[in-house]
Write a protein that binds this ligand. Structure first.
Ligand SMILES: [Zn+2]
Length: 231
């Protein structure tokens, strides 16, 4: 038995997906940054903090999926792919979302993974624009930063992120989170990613509110930026 097979990870089952598959969606490959970020978040959360209980930790550690050889091998594979701007199959990315969603700490995994994905996406963006946005503390720098964030969201998250004078909004027409968890429980991945992209590239401080969700029967998954104290 391979290290991860008991978790259903090595052999994901697709036939149990209860959402009507969108023909278009299956032809859109997924950026390797997405499964990479999810598995790294999982590993991060499963890594024991140094608490002086090493012996006990050793026993627990061996049972933690995030520290398994399977997850380590997949992280390496996704890192290699991400460096080349590589993509993975949609089904594979959905399997990783499902894997995370089954954990009691799923919301922590999605929040951490979303922020990681944003940082990877921003780092892999065109360097001159990114550097300029970070060193220019003016309106012009912010506009460039917004453009970098928009491009990164489209390229890595298949999302449309708009930054206007009245705030930022984001939409994902066919979110992996919904395909993996039809009730919308995994959508927080995208919210965390948009929030972090905006924070890094435009200095945004606040939350992305998930104001429309396909998991609630609405037409799309949509987020609106809510600045701190911006009521
Ligand atoms: Zn949603």
């Amino acid at each position: 038995m391979s290290p991860g097979s008991s978790f259903g990870y090595s052999n994901p089952r697709w036939t149990d997906c209860s959402l009507t598959p969108l023909a278009q969606f299956s032809s859109l490959p997924v950026h390797a940054i997405i499964p990479l970020s999810l598995l790294e978040a999982l590993r991060n959360l499963d890594t024991p903090v140094e608490d002086g209980l090493e012996e006990l930790a050793g026993e627990i550690v061996s049972k933690r999926l995030g520290l398994s050889a399977t997850v380590a091998a997949q992280i390496n594979r996704y890192q290699d792919a991400a460096k080349r701007d590589g993509r993975v199959a949609t089904d594979e990315a959905i399997a990783v979302f499902r894997l995370a969603s089954r954990r009691p700490d799923a919301q922590l995994v999605f929040a951490d993974a979303g922020r990681r994905a944003a940082r990877y996406a921003a780092r892999s963006s065109a360097l001159p624009a990114r550097a300029l946005a970070q060193v220019t503390p003016s309106g012009m720098g912010k506009a460039i930063g917004a453009r970098v964030a928009t491009n990164a969201a489209r390229r890595v998250l298949n999302a449309s992120l708009r930054v206007g004078a009245d705030g930022a909004v984001a939409q994902v027409p066919s979110p992996l989170s919904i395909h993996a968890v039809p009730d919308g429980g995994a959508c927080s991945f995208y919210g965390a990613a948009f929030g972090e992209l905006l924070r890094m590239m435009t200095g945004f401080e606040g939350l992305m509110v998930h104001d429309r969700c396909r998991g609630r029967g609405e037409d799309a998954c949509h987020w609106r930026a809510m600045p701190v104290g911006g009521y």
